[in-house]
Design a protein around this ligand. Structure first.
Ligand code: NAP
Length: 261
C-alpha cells in the first residue's frame, strides 16, 4: 500500500534506536525526507547512514537533547516546516514515587509532556496553512491501564497530561486535515524494554528469563511486539489515507488491554 506521503518532510524525535528508529525507517521507505534526532552522535549517524543506504531517502541527523529548548531549536532549524512530527523521547526511570524529587518530576514533564507540546506549537500553524499535518505522540499503553505498571507512575502521570492536552488540540485542527494521535506501545522489544525488565528482575530477585516469560505469558499474543510492527502502524497514522483518524490513542500491545479499547 502506498501511504501517499512521498516527498513529505518529517521530524522523528529520539530516533537513533528503538521505536523512533523503526518509525524513521518506515517513513523513509515511503519516500519521506527525514530529520532524525538523538543525543548520542555515533548511534544517530549510524542510523541515518543505514536509512539512506536502505531507502535512498534524504536524512539529516541532529545530535541534541530534544528535551531542551536549544535542542528543539536545532531540530526545528533543520526542518522548520515538517508535514509529519513524531514526538518521542526517553522515558523517566522506573521506581517508587517516594524516591522522586521535584527536579526529577520537572525533568519528566519536560521530556514527556512539554517537549511534544512545544514542538507542536512551533509547527502546527504551517501544517494548518498547507492543509496537511500528521502528528503522532509515542507514549505508552500504561496511559490507558496504569495498574499494569506499578513502577512507572511518573511516566504514566506526565504522559496522561500530554494525552489530555493533545485530545483538546486534535479536535481544534481536524478540519484542516491535521491529525494528532497517540501510538501507545505495550511491551515492544527495544533497549528500553530490556533495561526495565532488568530493573524488575533485580527488584524482585528473580532471574531475568523468568521475568521475561512471566511478562509474555500475560500478553494474549504470548510474545513481545516488534519494532517493525509498531513502526508500520505508526507510519499508517501518518498516511494520506489516515485523514479521518484523529484524537485516537492506539495501543500496540498484543491484546493486553483487558477492556474494549
Ligand atoms: P530506546 O530503545 O531506549 O530508544 C530511545 C531512543 O531515544 C534512543 O535513540 C535515544 O538516543 C533517544 N533519546 C532518549 N532520550 C533522548 C533525548 N532527551 N533527546 C533525544 N533523544 C533521546 O527506547 P524505546 O523503547 O524506543 O522507547 C521510546 C519511548 O517509548 C520511551 O519514552 C519509552 O518509555 C516509551 N515506551 C516504550 C515501550 C517499549 O516497550 N519499548 C513501552 C512503553 C513506552 P540517545 O540516548 O542517544 O539520546
Amino acid at each position: 500500500m502506498d501511504l501517499g506521503i512521498g516527498g513529505r518532510k518529517a521530524i522523528v524525535c529520539a530516533s537513533s534506536k528503538g521505536l523512533g528508529r523503526g518509525v524513521a525507517f518506515a517513513l523513509a521507505s515511503e519516500g519521506v525526507e527525514l530529520v532524525l534526532n538523538a543525543r548520542g552522535r555515533d548511534a544517530l549517524e549510524a542510523t541515518a547512514a543505514d536509512i539512506r543506504r536502505a531507502t535512498g531517502a534524504k536524512v539529516t541527523a541532529v545530535a541534541t537533547d530534544i528535551t531542551t529548548e536549544a535542542g528543539r531549536q536545532a531540530v526545528l532549524a533543520a526542518c522548520p516546516d515538517p508535514d509529519i512530527l513524531i514526538n518521542n523521547a526517553g522515558g523517566p526511570p522506573p521506581g517508587d514515587f517516594r524516591d522522586v524529587d521535584r527536579d526529577a518530576w520537572i525533568r519528566a514533564l519536560d521530556a514527556n509532556m512539554l517537549t511534544p507540546i512545544f514542538l507542536v506549537r512551533a509547527t502546527i500553524d504551517k501544517m494548518i496553512e498547507r492543509r496537511f499535518g500528521r502528528i503522532v505522540n509515542i507514549t505508552s499503553a500504561s496511559v490507558k491501564s496504569p495498574g499494569s505498571s506499578p513502577t512507572l507512575g511518573v511516566s504514566v502521570g506526565v504522559r496522561a497530561g500530554l494525552t489530555g492536552f493533545m485530545g483538546v488540540l486534535a479536535r481544534q485542527v481536524a478540519h484542516h486535515n491535521v491529525t494528532i494521535n497517540g501510538a501507545l506501545p505495550g511491551r515492544i522489544e527495544t533497549d528500553r524494554l530490556l533495561s526495565i525488565t532488568e530493573f524488575e528482575s533485580k527488584k524482585m530477585g528473580r532471574p531475568i528469563d523468568e521475568v521475561h516469560a512471566a511478562h509474555q505469558a500475560i500478553i494474549p499474543a504470548k510474545r513481545y511486539g516488534t519494532v517493525l510492527e509498531f513502526a508500520a502502524a505508526t507510519a499508517f497514522l501518518c498516511s494520506a489515507q489516515a485523514s479521518y483518524i484523529t484524537a485516537q490513542n492506539i495501543m500496540l500491545d498484543g491484546g493486553t488491554f483487558p477492556g474494549i479499547a
